[in-house]
Design a protein around this ligand. Sequence first.
Ligand code: FMN
Length: 329
Amino acid sequence: MLRTYLTTSWQLRYPIIGAPMAYVGRGRLAHAVSEAGGLGMIGIGSTESVDFLAREAGIARGANQQRYGIGLHAWAIQQRPELLRAAIEAHPWLISISFGSPAPYVETIHQHGIRLATQINTRADAQEAVQAGVDLIVVQGTEAGGHISGSVSTLPLLQSVLEVVKVPVVAAGGIASPRGVAAALAAGAEGVWVGTALLASAECENTEQARARIVEAQEADTLVTRVFDVAQGLAWPPQYPGRALRNQFTQRWHSQIETLPEAKEARQELAEAVASKNYDLAYIYAGEAVGVVTQQRPAGAVVRDLGEGAEQWLRERSRLLLDPPPGSA
Ligand SMILES: Cc1cc2nc3c(=O)[nH]c(=O)nc-3n(C[C@H](O)[C@H](O)[C@H](O)COP(=O)(O)O)c2cc1C
């Protein structure tokens, strides 16, 4: 058993949080991750309804009253405070507020007995979040799939944040195998927050075609871009681009994104591609660790493998690295 804040204080079987992933990570995925011994989260996108949130929260909780979390975007709840109210009403174990400051919401969330996490992308943001009273700091490096911010990757940011932050820290971005989990824990993180690792699982709301692309993709097949947000007319602030698989749409538009708002045909083409599951044009958000995702497996199997595998790997490595070989004095 791995002993970290997440397994002792939160009593999770594994120090693994299934990242909130709007539009693909819903109740089903959150339930499967929690049932396997991690903490599953539902991602709530800016366009989703409060009824949707309540329904997916019910699925995540399930008949066996599983713990789960709900992930919100700070900029979205500024425009639609009803999303935060609905999340609080669902009474999850954890709420995360990322992509903007969580500070205005700390008091209300704590008043309802709910823990608060936030993803940060700089050391200064981590310190601000701690100051504001956030319970769990999620260090998100630029390797991460989905929307990100800043320019620092997971390991340098993790090292820097762990030096100055005393509240529990988990690592997000680029972790999709037991080796990655072991590395984050060895560095001092209390756990990991994984998204891409779960994208090829059937409990994720990805299409079969998208799952196949994820399994095929290699580590260099992603890029950070705003083309999909701009083409869909989503209100993501420009400082939060997203990491997605490269395809013909990104090849065509990434370098001339300024002209995309006027390119009605391209926007129509993207909408049609999404509807017809044509991923030569449609988006699949995924991180660099997509290269480590080589098969479609149930989310529970992924979580168990990450947790059990990390424990085994840490034991093996520490024996090799630290114990003297037999015969040496
Ligand atoms: C498809 C996808 C959707 C995401 N949506 C959200 C989201 O709605 N809210 C959020 O806070 N983070 C979101 N993220 C970012 C994750 O929380 C997390 O930072 C990331 O998945 C970690 O890196 P990894 O993908 O390498 O595991 C998303 C990530 C992916 C891959």
